[in-house]
Write a protein that binds this ligand. Structure first.
Ligand SMILES: *Cc1c(COP(=O)(O)O)cnc(C)c1O
Length: 370
């Protein structure tokens, strides 16, 4: 039997590669490569998709979050609450802005625990960055309530949740601002790096447009020390094509997740928790197992790809040792890091393959009678 990949972009490129090539050709014909009409069009299309007034295209998902923090004037001596189970970029955005990330443990649904927020708030706290991890929105009502009570900004890390919904409202419009990534494997991915901020706040959007472009609105007039982080015309043109297929891709992901759920439900592994009133877009399909490493090894022997998102939580990374966290600081997040396993998953995946993966896991469970 053929191996089962963990992820596959070729199917997507086969399906609408011709449209992507046409979009690239039109940029080539125009020779306008930075801050041009494709970016403007993508920004208004993605803002509409998210149900917000403004979208500002930037160089990456990390930059999107860093620039929001900078635009809000959050920096040295100030604190930002971040989930303890996430990709390290959420934490690095805060340190790059010059502020201090303060970890908060997560729930069984992998998102930040709203009940644990209040005890982490100090007079220096300025913002909360909930992450819609793996594609499921965080508990935005409870988070917004705490934020409102303490005068904090809510900045969504929506890098894994393009098109997900909380009580019918799309991510990107659930806080003061949101950071998106268009890294190629994300639900909406470019042919390279890219990112965007969405917001309803006109002042914030205007400041972000300056910050991404050397602090300049008018060429060679600089009102502040900005950076260079712009979503380029080629990526914007590609993203405009892919945005038209995003809803269908998310539906295919939902159907695959349901199929996995059915095939795996009787097995001794923990399946992803889906919360009511939230529309999950299944960036990843993540199970948990107390014998995760042995299970991953078993799958690998059978030619089945899997990944761990993420094996070491940010607070225990050497890169962030200066924050002085110890093992045991966030018990749920640390257990997640030890137990999570992402199964093969991409929108064009043949649904039948979910059953082959399930059969392999069942076989492992039958052998592993420890
Ligand atoms: C991918 C990702 C980012 C960073 O996006 P880049 O475009 O790679 O910089 C931030 N947060 C989360 C949760 C991500 O998955």
């Amino acid at each position: 039997m053929d191996d089962i990949a963990f992820f596959d972009l070729n199917a997507q490129h086969a399906a609408f590669g011709q449209d992507i090539k046409r979009a690239i050709d039109s940029v080539l014909a125009r020779s306008h490569l930075i801050l041009g009409p494709e970016l403007e069009a993508f920004e208004s299309e993605f803002a509409a998709f998210c149900g917000v007034r403004f979208c500002v295209g930037v160089g990456s998902g990390l930059d999107a979050l860093v620039l929001v923090l900078r635009a809000l004037g959050i920096g040295a001596g100030e604190e930002v609450l971040v989930p303890a189970h996430t990709f390290i970029a959420t934490w690095l955005a805060v340190t790059q802005a010059g502020a201090t990330p303060v970890g908060v443990d997560v729930n069984e649904d992998f998102t930040i625990n709203p009940a644990a927020l209040a005890s982490s708030i100090t007079p220096r706290t300025r913002a909360i960055i909930p992450v819609h991890l793996y594609g499921q929105p965080a508990a935005m009502s409870a988070i917004s309530e705490v934020a409102a009570r303490h005068g904090l900004a809510v900045i969504e890390d929506a890098a894994q949740a393009h098109g997900a919904k909380f009580r019918g409202r799309v991510t990107g419009g659930l806080g003061l601002a949101a950071g998106f990534s268009f890294y190629p494997t994300k639900n909406l991915g470019a042919l390279g790096d890219g990112g965007a901020v969405t917001t309803d706040d006109p002042q914030l959007a205007a400041r972000l447009r300056r910050l991404r472009n050397y602090g300049s609105e008018v060429k060679y007039i600089h009102s502040e020390q900005g950076t260079n982080s712009r979503l380029d015309e080629l990526q914007a043109a590609v993203l405009r094509v892919k945005l038209r297929h995003l809803a269908a891709g998310n539906s295919a992901r939902r159907a695959l997740a349901a199929r996995y759920h059915e095939a795996l439900t009787a097995l001794p592994i923990a399946l992803p928790h889906t919360q009511p009133e939230r529309e999950h877009v299944w960036h990843l399909y993540v199970i948990r197992s107390a014998v995760r490493d042995d299970l991953a090894e078993h799958l690998r022997h059978q030619g089945i790809g899997s990944h761990i998102h993420y094996p070491i939580p940010p607070h225990l990374q050497v890169a962030l040792a200066n924050l002085d966290y110890r093992a045991g600081a966030f018990p749920v997040a640390e257990r997640m890091a030890a137990e999570v396993l992402s199964l093969p998953f991409w929108p064009e995946m043949d649904p039948v393959l979910t059953e082959r993966v399930a059969t392999s896991i069942a076989q492992f469970a039958a052998e592993d009678v420890t």
